[in-house]
Design a protein around this ligand. Structure first.
Ligand code: NAP
Length: 461
């Protein structure tokens, strides 16, 4: 029986849900189609955003990695780490080694605000901060020293909620998580006392989900405050804000924020201040960040967000812009610079002429932009795989050119590239469990650097 060979580029949720859908959907064809899926990742570690994006104090979301482990351990699936498309391999290499290629590299770049002072020392992308506390191998564990007393977080999505929570949460509560030891120490030494989370529109337009939002109000030792008059969804909205409140999530958010606005601060050591209807104008500072100038906004009678000219200065020694992620182009793969996605029709990559490119597919944030929760990628991947199998296994049964088993391995060996195997990754898992035990912490503590991960992968144990 011929085997359909597929390379999936990216081992985050989108890539691994794609691998799972390939195995399951191919087996369900009549007659069944056999598939061999190689999941490539530029990093030596699998799970992408689940490992390096989900906050350490969200263990139930992180436990998705346990589910995805089952995908990697399927006999039809292999992990090939430390291999970057555009580095160790090219698009053409993959197309010559496999029957099909699925791009699922996510969205790893931060969006920019385009305001003065954005690049001052002390002003960071939230993605950098997330990478730091999640122990991303590209980020130095020493890259953040939390000596700011006041931090401004710009944006009111779930990433803003995550970074604000990590900044104000008692670090003792992170001891049982997988956060690396140097990061835990930096959080324990943090001088942060006040975090301002700033939305350019109102509470009804905020992107966060109610469950994530509510958690902010439950943190021990933290007072939560809402800007005066800003909890009222209609206060700065000439349209009355009624349309947005029809949404269940929005109603939930408004109830939570309204409740907080009525709270009397208890004098806790740390404060979280939610602000709305303020758009960033300038990050202030000479040499380093000293504050943020914002302008009061309102929605006019036509529903358009406008500045009122009224300025406010928010003192802050650190600014985190949490204004969304975007994907980066993959060398040789079509890319729409406007939407920062790969043009596609139900996962089929489209060329410049709008026609599908044979044997190339896309899934996840690279396909649809950085929206939805992790589980959204499951149905998204299933759609891409349906397209792939309809093209390459028409009417059921394999129509691949035949698995070129070992083709990529031979190509990499010829370039003296030694990829990281699943067995190598398991050594990292074991080392992280042993580190946790030696520190008297939870089930796992992340290795603190790329060098430690590499040494562990290449080591004998
Ligand atoms: P997001 O949900 O798109 O939120 C981005 C925020 O930035 C919005 O409030 C947006 O305001 C604001 N913004 C954009 N440009 C701005 C500018 N120039 N100035 C000021 N504000 C600006 O993005 P995200 O928070 O990065 O989250 C990405 C995805 O990951 C989302 O789907 C999110 O739900 C998901 N996620 C989920 C979890 C979880 O489930 N626990 C955790 C983290 C992330 P406007 O609306 O006015 O544009």
């Amino acid at each position: 029986m011929t085997t359909l060979s597929v390379a999936v580029v990216g081992s985050g949720p989108a890539g691994l849900y794609t691998a799972e859908a390939l195995v399951k959907q191919a087996a369900a064809l009549d007659p069944p189609c056999q598939v061999a899926v190689d999941v490539l990742d530029r990093l030596p570690t699998p799970y992408g955003l689940v490992r390096y994006g989900v906050a350490p104090d969200h263990p139930s979301i992180k436990s998705i990695a346990e589910y995805l482990r089952g995908v990697l351990e399927h006999p039809g699936v292999a992990f090939i780490g430390g291999v970057r498309l555009g580095g160790e391999v090219t698009r053409e290499d993959l197309l010559s080694c496999y029957d099909a290629v699925v791009y699922a590299t996510g969205a790893m770049r931060d969006r920019r605000m385009g305001i003065d002072g954005e690049d001052l020392p002390g002003s960071y992308a939230a993605t950098d901060f997330v990478n730091w506390y999640c122990g991303h191998p590209d980020t130095d564990a020493g890259s953040f020293t939390l000596d700011a007393e006041s931090v401004a977080v710009i944006g009111v999505g779930n990433v803003a909620v995550d970074v604000a929570r990590i900044l104000v949460r008692d670090p003792e509560e992170l001891r049982r998580t997988d956060v690396s030891q140097p990061v835990l120490q930096a959080l324990a030494a943090s001088k942060v006392r006040e975090v301002h989370v700033i939305g350019r529109r109102g509470p009804a337009q905020a992107k966060f989900t109610t469950k994530e939002l509510r958690e902010l109000g439950e943190l021990a030792g933290v007072d939560i405050v809402v800007g005066a008059g800003e909890a009222d969804p209609a206060a700065f909205d000439a349209t009355g804000g009624g349309a947005a409140a029809a949404d269940r999530r929005v109603r939930g958010n408004l109830a939570v924020i309204g409740d907080w606005a009525a709270r009397v601060p208890a004098g806790n050591p740390r404060r979280l201040v939610l602000r709305f209807w303020l758009r960033p104008v300038r990050v202030e500072g000479t040499g380093r960040v000293s504050g943020l100038t914002v302008e009061r906004t309102r929605i006019d009678g036509n529903g358009v967000l406008t500045g009122t000219g009224e300025l406010e200065h928010i003192p802050a020694q650190m600014v985190l812009r949490s204004v969304g992620y975007q994907s980066v182009p993959l060398p040789g793969v079509p890319f729409d610079q406007r939407s920062c996605t790969v043009p596609n029709a139900e996962g089929r990559v489209l060329g410049d002429d709008g026609a599908p490119l044979p044997r190339e597919y896309v899934a996840g944030w690279l396909k649809r932009g950085p929206t939805g929760v992790i589980g959204t990628n499951k149905s998204d991947a299933a759609q891409t795989v349906r397209s792939l199998l309809a093209d390459l296994c028409p009417g059921g049964g394999p129509a691949g050119q035949g698995a070129r088993a070992g083709a990529l391995a031979a190509l990499l060996a010829g370039r003296s590239v030694q990829p990281v195997s699943y067995a190598d990754w398991l050594k990292v898992e074991r080392a992280e469990a042993e580190l946790a035990a030696s520190l008297g912490r939870g089930a796992r503590v992340k290795l603190a650097s790329r060098a430690e991960i590499d040494a562990c992968c290449r080591g004998g144990s």
